[in-house]
Design a protein around this ligand. Structure first.
Ligand code: BG6
Length: 497
């Protein structure tokens, strides 16, 4: 059973208090940590937004969010009521003058509390909110400013945000969230690689043939079309979540688990990513957009209809990609010649996030050429659902009748092994913010290096605007994504044959 280490008392101000992220993720995460006893009634959660709400009205909204997004079995009425007593509301205009003096005076009355400011707002407000915080004396040594993704929509806008925030908040007090880094299996990559000896010696181009990272979702754009259509899959998932996973997979051993030691190593990977030149973009990338189809047996509309652009094929057409597949190289001795194939998309057949490390085939086979079933070794690292790892090895099928080989798995299912609920990524990350542990957060230079790598792809697509390739909802993306990997004589992993 994991130990729950209490955190120091805090007053957490959540800007964007009435928004989707706060309701869906942050309040449930804070509730779950409270329920597990990681902090107590000495803490406060202050929702801050422009709406004219009373404390009671905001608590009612918070309660409705908990009833909706926390499993019923975890909703004991007394605990919910105890939690709601910690929830307050402050009417504050992030970019204007309203509410700041009152908010900061209220926080100053409890000077020993850790003071996380969670900016769950549009990124345009990050600079103005930080400016206001500083101008009203709200940045103290116990403050931490938490920034949600996206940090900008390209390198220049990311730099502008980082400059504006950095002008008033020291970098050590800025926590840039990538919630994938809070997922159990992503953290487990560090344990897998650096708390075991068997893999690290094999973790290189001599033994590994290629790596695949798939983050597939069944959902469409839901109610987020306004944001998503300006973003697309490359900005929404690759620039942050997928590149962060790639960094943890590919980095050298950090000298310690200190935030900067880990982030220095991740940064080197981002800098070693081979730039894809404009003329190479068609060969190394595939963009897709879902059309009408069926997911889980249910008919669903296409992306254009989801955006309200009329029926598929009519009206104004968005060129935004809802799927992207990439072939990426890391220019280093360790990884020379090992391709990393990345893909992510909405409206795919399954919600699954998985890393596949495929090892080389044996250099010489003693088995007859017609031996059935030979497959390379693979290490599967499953982030969701059913978090766990599986090492696929060849074994002989028992019994007579010739030599039949079969891949069998050495399995670690985290749920079976540890048999408990795993905290959501936000729970872990929020408590790390309170503790001041920045290891699982992105440093400014990492975010900018990731944008610097992604930007030529965005530019190439923008300079040659084309409709992304269509794929029916419920399929694994456009056929060109299959061709991307099959051209190299490899295939996307879709389960053990
Ligand atoms: C978010 C993206 O960062 O991650 C969403 O903006 C995406 O578009 C989500 O749906 C996926 O997160 P998870 O934890 O459900 O895999």
């Amino acid at each position: 059973m994991a130990r729950i280490l209490p955190v120091p008392n805090f007053d957490c101000v959540v800007f964007g208090a009435t928004g989707d992220l706060t309701m869906r993720k942050l309040l449930p995460a804070l509730y779950n940590r409270f329920r597990d006893g990681q902090y107590d009634g000495g803490c406060r959660i202050i929702g801050a937004a422009r709406s004219d709400l009373s404390e009671e009205e905001y608590r009612n909204k918070a309660e409705a969010a908990l009833r909706r997004f926390v499993p019923e079995s975890a909703q004991a009425t007394a605990t919910v009521q105890d939690f709601l007593r910690l929830v307050h509301y402050a009417r504050v205009d992030g970019a204007g003058e309203t509410g700041w003096d009152t908010l900061i005076a209220d926080l100053d009355a409890r000077p020993k509390q850790v003071r996380p400011y969670y900016l769950a707002t549009s990124p345009d407000l990050y600079g103005p909110i930080c400016h206001n915080l500083a101008a009203h004396g709200g940045i103290t040594p116990l403050s931490r400013v938490v920034l949600e993704k996206p940090i900008g929509h390209d390198l220049a806008s990311a730099r502008a945000i980082n400059d504006a925030v950095g002008a008033v908040v020291p970098e050590a007090q800025v926590f840039r969230i990538d919630h994938y880094l809070g997922k159990e299996t992503v953290q487990n990559l560090l344990a897998l690689r650096f708390a075991n000896t068997i893999f690290e010696r094999l973790w290189n181009a001599d033994v590994i043939d290629h790596v695949q990272i798939t983050v597939a979702e069944t959902v469409g754009v839901e109610g987020r079309g306004g944001y998503y259509d300006k973003s697309g899959a490359l900005r929404d998932m690759v620039q942050n979540h997928i590149l962060q996973m790639l960094c943890l997979l590919a980095m050298e051993s950090p000298v310690s688990l200190d935030a900067d030691a880990v982030r220095d190593e991740k940064l080197k990977v981002l800098r070693a990513l081979r730039r894809i030149a404009p003329h190479e973009v068609p060969a190394f990338t595939v963009r897709g957009q879902y059309a009408a189809g069926a997911v889980g047996g249910q008919p669903v509309a296409g992306y254009q209809s989801d955006l309200g652009n009329g029926q598929d094929g009519h009206g104004e057409r968005s060129l935004t990609e809802t799927f992207v597949a990439l072939k990426v190289q890391v220019n280093s001795w360790r990884w020379a010649g090992v391709p990393f194939y990345l893909r992510t998309g909405k409206r795919l057949p399954q919600k699954v996030s998985e890393i596949v490390v495929q090892f080389r085939t044996p250099p010489f086979s003693i088995f007859p050429a017609d031996t059935i079933g030979t497959e390379p070794n693979r290490l599967l690292i499953r982030l969701q659902p059913e978090e766990g790892m599986r090492l696929e090895m060849m074994t002989k099928e028992p019994g007579p009748g010739g030599l039949h080989l079969r891949p069998t798995g050495l399995d670690i299912s985290f749920e079976k092994t540890f048999g408990q609920r795993f905290p959501d990524a936000y729970e872990r990350l929020l408590m790390d913010v309170v503790r001041g542990n920045a290891t699982l957060f992105m440093r400014r230079d990492e975010v900018e290096a990731a944008w610097a790598w992604v930007e030529p792809l965005l530019d190439a697509w923008e300079n040659k605007p084309e409709m992304p390739r269509s794929y029916p909802a419920g399929s694994w993306g456009p056929t060109a994504a299959i061709a991307l990997i099959e051209r190299d004589g490899r295939t996307w992993y879709e389960g053990t044959p």
